[in-house]
Design a protein around this ligand. Structure first.
Ligand SMILES: [Zn+2]
Length: 172
């Protein structure tokens, strides 16, 4: 077996297959995608109806989305994972309000879509719990993101971010 990095469960399906004794049994097949596809830059889209969605609504959507792993396979499972990640991204971006949740500096630039550029960072390993729980995802600047992953003080920076997010989340 080879370690290929972290994977996230996008969905699952049932399959009937023979076991070692040749008896038919039902197997659960998990649809896994590399976690790196989840840790992508936040691309917040303007809501289609053009109206602003308030933070608590975004938060509820993100929490609901994070809780559900659908019974789905293949493309549908991936689509569903993308929708779930998108709900979490929108919320954490709104929560950050254009300011890095790690260093408190304004986002380094504005994207073509007119949004402050921040990146979602999972403060816990995805295997430790709900993959996209917004209480464990921060919106941070690229510099902080790199430092957390590669810096000599990355661990303590990550711990501080966890505390910051916890404070914000208990406030809402
Ligand atoms: Zn930062």
């Amino acid at each position: 077996m080879r370690y290929l990095g972290q994977f996230e469960c996008a969905g699952y399906s049932f399959e009937t297959a023979p076991d070692r004794e040749g008896n038919q049994r039902q197997a659960i097949v998990f649809e896994l995608v590399p976690a790196s596809t989840v840790d992508e830059p936040i691309a917040a889209e303007a809501p289609k109806d053009g109206t602003e969605i308030d933070l608590s609504t975004l938060r509820q959507r993100a929490l609901d989305a994070a809780q559900s792993t659908p019974q789905a396979a293949g493309t549908e499972a991936r689509r569903s994972l993308y929708r779930r990640s998108d709900a979490v991204r929108r919320y954490v971006l709104a929560r950050a309000a254009g300011v890095c949740e790690s260093c408190n500096q304004p986002a380094p630039f504005i994207t073509l879509r007119g949004e402050p550029y921040l990146e979602p960072h999972h403060t816990r390993r995805l295997s430790d719990g709900g993959p996209d729980d917004p209480r464990f995802v921060g919106a941070i600047c690229p510099s902080c993101h790199r430092e957390i992953h590669h810096g000599v003080h990355g661990q303590s920076k990550n711990d501080a971010l966890i505390e910051t997010i916890q404070r914000k989340e208990t406030r809402t």
